[in-house]
Design a binder for this molecule. Structure first.
Ligand code: ATP
Length: 267
């Protein structure tokens, strides 16, 4: 999913996401189970199209959760960056949008993720005013063509919901708005625990307490990820610069002191 517009199943699990339980529930109901049990949803006549808009401050897990949805549903994931779509295909934007949706249908079930979707809005017209460009037009056509949308689920993300084109916010388009907030004290702990899954954290470290610590106030998930990586760096440098054995003969781990040093570096 790293290259613009190409699909793959991401390797992000729900367990990699700290907090945000409410989001998980919503996506389970509207996307994951619908992909897993299509016949049940059909039996109950649930066949309406749905599109989500995740909004909130940067680095709080919007992209991460969209990837987890795809992984849990066993669906492909296509990552489109709004501004790139605008700039790369000047003059060919209709075709680009059509190509993206047709690619998504080809590899359905598919999560089509539009990052910075607020960029896909009115454009500067030839006379200097703002016009609904061909790109937005084509996007609305694709979003409304429900027959063709089968198996393609759209999720948009933005830090600036107020900049979104109103037309995109209708039901079936990016109509279901969900706020993804900065984590609170407990959620910071949960995010640290999720990030710690692949790191040798010392048993003496209390990640929930670290999350509640004043030093972590106002940190986003992305900041906490930077903290975790920096702490790992400090710990591994400790290992590389000491004699070959750890002081107490145990495995080298990431300890409180490493987190303290790391906090000093990232803040
Ligand atoms: P942006 O608006 O800048 O695109 P975003 O909300 O999409 O940000 P992500 O890209 O999902 O943020 O998060 C960036 C990184 O921060 C993730 O790859 C992950 O390492 C970490 N992260 C953010 N939120 C969480 C979370 N809730 N749980 C675990 N890790 C998180």
């Amino acid at each position: 999913s790293r290259r613009q517009g190409f699909s793959s199943i991401p390797n992000v699990k729900w367990d990699d996401v700290g907090g945000l339980h409410f989001l998980r529930q919503e996506f389970d109901r509207y996307i994951v189970r619908r992909i897993k049990f299509p016949e049940v949803y059909e039996d109950f006549g649930v066949d309406f199209e749905i599109g989500f808009l995740l909004y909130g401050p940067p680095g709080c897990g919007k992209t991460l959760i969209a990837k987890a949805v795809a992984n849990e549903a066993g669906a492909n994931f296509i990552h489109i960056k709004g501004p790139e779509l605008l700039n790369k295909y000047v003059g060919e934007s209709e075709l680009a949008v059509r190509t993206i949706f047709s690619r998504a249908r080809t590899c359905s079930p598919c999560i089509l993720f539009f990052d910075e979707v607020d960029a896909l809005t009115t454009q500067r017209g030839e006379e200097g005013g703002w016009v609904v460009g061909p790109l937005l037009n084509q996007l609305l056509i694709e979003l409304d063509g429900s027959e063709q949308r089968r198996g393609v689920y759209v999720i948009g993300a933005t830090n600036r919901p107020e900049a979104m084109d109103r037309a995109l916010l209708r039901p079936g388009r990016f109509g279901k708005l969900i706020y993804v907030p900065l984590p609170n004290a407990d959620e910071r702990g949960m995010i640290l625990k999720a990030l710690a899954r692949r790191k040798p954290i010392d048993a003496s470290v209390d990640l929930m307490a670290l999350g509640r610590d004043n030093a972590c106030k106002n940190l986003s998930g992305a900041d906490l990820s930077a903290l975790m990586n920096e702490a790992a760096m400090v710990a591994l440098e400790d290992k590389l610069t000491s004699s070959s054995k750890s002081p107490d003969g145990q495995k080298w781990t990431i300890k409180d002191a490493h987190f303290r040093t790391a906090l000093g570096k990232i803040c």
